[in-house]
Design a protein. Structure first.
Length: 163
Protein backbone atom coordinates (compact mmCIF):
# COMPACT_ATOMS: atom_id res chain seq x y z
CA UNK A 1 0.00 0.00 0.00
CA UNK A 2 2.86 2.32 0.86
CA UNK A 3 4.52 1.76 -2.52
CA UNK A 4 1.30 2.52 -4.41
CA UNK A 5 0.82 5.73 -2.46
CA UNK A 6 4.38 6.90 -3.15
CA UNK A 7 4.04 6.14 -6.86
CA UNK A 8 0.71 8.00 -6.97
CA UNK A 9 2.27 11.14 -5.46
CA UNK A 10 5.24 10.85 -7.82
CA UNK A 11 2.91 10.74 -10.85
CA UNK A 12 0.63 13.52 -9.60
CA UNK A 13 2.75 16.42 -11.03
CA UNK A 14 2.75 14.72 -14.43
CA UNK A 15 -1.04 14.70 -14.45
CA UNK A 16 -1.21 18.44 -13.80
CA UNK A 17 1.53 19.18 -16.32
CA UNK A 18 -0.40 17.54 -19.12
CA UNK A 19 -3.45 19.72 -18.61
CA UNK A 20 -6.70 19.47 -20.51
CA UNK A 21 -6.04 18.30 -24.08
CA UNK A 22 -8.94 20.45 -25.36
CA UNK A 23 -7.68 23.62 -23.67
CA UNK A 24 -7.31 26.54 -26.11
CA UNK A 25 -3.93 28.16 -26.38
CA UNK A 26 -3.79 31.83 -27.32
CA UNK A 27 -0.71 33.57 -28.63
CA UNK A 28 -0.45 37.34 -28.71
CA UNK A 29 2.07 39.36 -30.65
CA UNK A 30 3.31 42.76 -29.58
CA UNK A 31 4.49 45.33 -32.09
CA UNK A 32 7.79 46.98 -31.30
CA UNK A 33 7.61 50.65 -30.39
CA UNK A 34 10.53 53.03 -30.48
CA UNK A 35 10.56 55.33 -27.48
CA UNK A 36 12.64 58.45 -27.66
CA UNK A 37 13.68 60.21 -24.50
CA UNK A 38 16.30 62.67 -25.55
CA UNK A 39 16.56 64.11 -22.05
CA UNK A 40 17.62 60.73 -20.73
CA UNK A 41 20.77 60.83 -22.83
CA UNK A 42 22.15 63.66 -20.74
CA UNK A 43 24.55 62.10 -18.26
CA UNK A 44 27.28 64.72 -17.68
CA UNK A 45 26.50 66.95 -14.69
CA UNK A 46 27.25 70.62 -15.00
CA UNK A 47 29.81 71.96 -12.56
CA UNK A 48 28.58 74.68 -10.19
CA UNK A 49 30.32 77.42 -12.17
CA UNK A 50 28.92 76.11 -15.47
CA UNK A 51 25.45 75.83 -13.98
CA UNK A 52 25.45 79.39 -12.62
CA UNK A 53 26.84 80.80 -15.86
CA UNK A 54 24.25 78.98 -17.96
CA UNK A 55 21.31 80.03 -15.78
CA UNK A 56 22.50 83.62 -15.99
CA UNK A 57 23.02 83.43 -19.76
CA UNK A 58 19.60 81.83 -20.30
CA UNK A 59 17.80 84.44 -18.20
CA UNK A 60 19.78 87.58 -19.02
CA UNK A 61 21.24 86.84 -22.44
CA UNK A 62 24.80 87.70 -21.42
CA UNK A 63 27.68 86.63 -19.25
CA UNK A 64 27.68 86.93 -15.49
CA UNK A 65 30.26 89.22 -13.91
CA UNK A 66 33.20 87.69 -12.06
CA UNK A 67 32.17 89.34 -8.78
CA UNK A 68 28.69 87.81 -9.00
CA UNK A 69 30.17 84.40 -9.78
CA UNK A 70 32.50 84.67 -6.78
CA UNK A 71 29.60 85.44 -4.44
CA UNK A 72 27.53 82.54 -5.78
CA UNK A 73 30.42 80.06 -5.66
CA UNK A 74 31.09 81.06 -2.04
CA UNK A 75 27.43 80.37 -1.28
CA UNK A 76 27.70 76.95 -2.95
CA UNK A 77 30.82 75.99 -1.01
CA UNK A 78 29.85 77.55 2.32
CA UNK A 79 26.51 75.86 2.65
CA UNK A 80 26.28 72.09 2.35
CA UNK A 81 22.82 72.05 0.76
CA UNK A 82 23.41 72.82 -2.92
CA UNK A 83 19.73 72.45 -3.79
CA UNK A 84 18.81 75.20 -1.35
CA UNK A 85 21.46 77.56 -2.76
CA UNK A 86 20.39 76.69 -6.32
CA UNK A 87 16.80 77.46 -5.38
CA UNK A 88 17.73 80.83 -3.87
CA UNK A 89 19.96 81.85 -6.79
CA UNK A 90 17.37 80.91 -9.41
CA UNK A 91 14.54 82.66 -7.55
CA UNK A 92 16.63 85.82 -7.20
CA UNK A 93 17.49 85.79 -10.90
CA UNK A 94 13.86 85.21 -11.91
CA UNK A 95 12.72 88.09 -9.68
CA UNK A 96 15.13 90.51 -11.35
CA UNK A 97 13.42 93.01 -13.66
CA UNK A 98 16.27 92.49 -16.17
CA UNK A 99 15.50 88.77 -16.58
CA UNK A 100 14.24 87.86 -20.06
CA UNK A 101 10.99 86.22 -19.01
CA UNK A 102 7.90 86.62 -21.20
CA UNK A 103 4.86 88.25 -19.69
CA UNK A 104 1.79 86.24 -18.77
CA UNK A 105 -0.08 87.78 -21.71
CA UNK A 106 2.69 86.83 -24.15
CA UNK A 107 2.67 83.26 -22.85
CA UNK A 108 -1.11 82.89 -23.08
CA UNK A 109 -1.40 84.55 -26.52
CA UNK A 110 0.66 81.78 -28.15
CA UNK A 111 1.04 78.89 -25.73
CA UNK A 112 2.52 76.51 -28.32
CA UNK A 113 5.27 78.96 -29.24
CA UNK A 114 6.00 79.63 -25.57
CA UNK A 115 6.37 75.89 -24.90
CA UNK A 116 8.63 75.30 -27.89
CA UNK A 117 10.77 78.35 -27.09
CA UNK A 118 11.10 77.29 -23.45
CA UNK A 119 12.21 73.75 -24.32
CA UNK A 120 14.71 75.04 -26.86
CA UNK A 121 16.04 77.66 -24.47
CA UNK A 122 16.57 75.44 -21.46
CA UNK A 123 16.79 71.86 -22.76
CA UNK A 124 18.16 72.62 -26.23
CA UNK A 125 15.64 70.27 -27.79
CA UNK A 126 12.12 70.21 -29.14
CA UNK A 127 9.37 69.05 -26.79
CA UNK A 128 7.69 65.78 -27.70
CA UNK A 129 3.93 65.58 -28.29
CA UNK A 130 3.17 64.51 -24.72
CA UNK A 131 5.27 67.31 -23.20
CA UNK A 132 3.48 69.89 -25.36
CA UNK A 133 0.07 68.49 -24.48
CA UNK A 134 0.78 68.27 -20.76
CA UNK A 135 2.28 71.74 -20.39
CA UNK A 136 -0.38 73.33 -22.58
CA UNK A 137 -3.07 71.73 -20.44
CA UNK A 138 -1.42 73.03 -17.28
CA UNK A 139 -1.19 76.58 -18.65
CA UNK A 140 -4.76 76.60 -19.98
CA UNK A 141 -6.15 75.02 -16.82
CA UNK A 142 -4.49 77.31 -14.27
CA UNK A 143 -4.80 81.08 -14.66
CA UNK A 144 -2.40 81.60 -11.76
CA UNK A 145 0.45 79.74 -13.47
CA UNK A 146 2.89 82.41 -14.63
CA UNK A 147 5.96 82.14 -16.88
CA UNK A 148 8.33 82.59 -13.92
CA UNK A 149 6.93 79.42 -12.35
CA UNK A 150 7.45 77.43 -15.55
CA UNK A 151 10.97 78.82 -15.96
CA UNK A 152 11.70 77.91 -12.34
CA UNK A 153 10.53 74.32 -12.96
CA UNK A 154 12.79 74.02 -16.01
CA UNK A 155 15.83 75.57 -14.33
CA UNK A 156 15.58 73.32 -11.28
CA UNK A 157 14.94 70.12 -13.24
CA UNK A 158 17.39 67.26 -13.47
CA UNK A 159 17.48 67.55 -17.25
CA UNK A 160 18.71 71.14 -17.04
CA UNK A 161 21.37 70.18 -14.50
CA UNK A 162 22.94 67.75 -17.00
CA UNK A 163 24.25 68.03 -20.53
Amino acid sequence: MKKILIISFALLPLLFACGDPQENVYLYEVNTVDVEQSGVDKNNPKADLEFISLVYADLFGGTVSQSDIDVMIIAFTALGDKQLITDIIIRNMLNSPQANVPSDAQMRNDIEKFIEDTYLKFYIREPNAYEKWELQGMIEGDSELIPEMIYYAFLTSDEYRYF
